[in-house]
Write a protein that binds this ligand. Structure first.
Ligand code: OGA
Ligand code: MN
Length: 297
């Protein structure tokens, strides 16, 4: 049965009609989801029932190779035992809510800055698939901003100025902004990566702004003015007209295209209430869509 898409925001984001993604193995439906991603950049699937293994398997089936070099893996091994499965929770190794001063909590607070996943790696992240297992009784939302609409709305003069520029992205930078310290060894692992400031999305030809809290400097313009321009672009791109706010329900899977969106976690009483999300992110590398129906597991 063909999928239907209900728009959640004037620019982007849609909720997809009821479907159990564990059962989606046919190329036609996978193609419908990818086409939906091309159009909306963010899709919400309600009432999913993934185990970790099923989540990982679906992510590979939809978009190929997975990202494993998460920032947090430079600090310590995941409590989930697989670096492709990001532990987006406020729980320590014993499954208890973090104390306010725990280092991993401090690190995780960086998610409250506008960012894109894995932009500090090369290849960077493409699709992130974020799944809600436990949500608190208070709102603990995630905001997403459409970087294609933000690009379109720039003046022609600004578009011309940005063309051809490259940006260094580093997770050490976004954490330093918050006063988080890395050891020498950690910094060596987290050297960062360089990416174009303007990206062209291959299947649609649309352009997007590729910026994030990880964006430390414009390589071609390493002066305070270059840094101010990055801050100005983030401010522009996260104006309310470009932002969709997702209120999580247990069982939600949100797939977002990191080439076309930024996101941030909103604050909540995280030392009081449990919140447990899991994220799998694919790598922005060529993927043979013809292979789509043949799941790796
Ligand atoms: C992430 C992330 C935001 C949130 O998983 O990459 O930024 O609200 N999550 O937990
Ligand atoms: Mn993120």
């Amino acid at each position: 049965m063909p999928l239907t898409f209900r728009k959640l925001h004037p620019q982007f984001a849609a909720e997809v009609s009821s479907i159990d993604l564990r059962q989606v193995t046919d190329p036609e439906t996978l193609l419908e989801i990818r086409t939906g991603m091309d159009e909306y950049a963010l899709l919400v699937f309600r009432n999913q029932h993934f185990t970790d293994e099923e989540h990982l398997t679906f992510a590979q089936r939809l978009d190929g190779q997975l990202h494993t070099k998460t920032g947090i893996s430079a600090l310590q091994k995941s409590r989930l035992g697989n670096e492709a499965l990001a532990d987006v929770s406020n729980l320590n190794a014993n499954g208890e809510v973090y104390q306010a001063d725990e280092r991993k909590r401090m690190y995780g607070l960086g998610n409250r800055l506008w960012h894109t996943d894995a932009s500090f790696q090369d290849p960077p992240g493409r699709y992130s698939m974020l799944f809600a297992r436990v949500v608190p009784p208070v709102s603990a939302d995630t905001e997403y901003a459409d970087m294609r609409a933000a690009y379109d709305r720039l003046s022609d003069e600004m578009k011309a100025r940005l063309e051809g520029l490259h940006v260094h992205h580093s997770i050490a930078h976004s954490r330093h902004v918050l006063g988080f310290e890395f050891s020498q060894t950690e910094q060596e692992i987290l050297k960062g990566a360089i990416h174009p400031l303007i990206r062209i999305l291959p299947r649609t030809g649309r352009k997007s702004l590729y910026i994030a809290a990880h964006a430390s400097r414009i390589i071609d313009w390493p002066t305070p003015e270059g840094r101010l321009l990055l801050l100005e672009l983030i401010e522009h791109a996260t104006r309310p007209e470009f932002v969709y706010r997702h209120s999580w329900q247990v069982g939600d899977l949100v797939i977002y295209d990191n080439r076309a969106t930024m996101h941030r976690a909103r604050p909540y009483a995280d030392t009081t209430y449990r919140r447990e999300l899991r994220r799998v992110t694919s790598l922005d590398v060529e993927y043979d869509i013809e292979q789509a129906g043949t799941a790796p597991h």
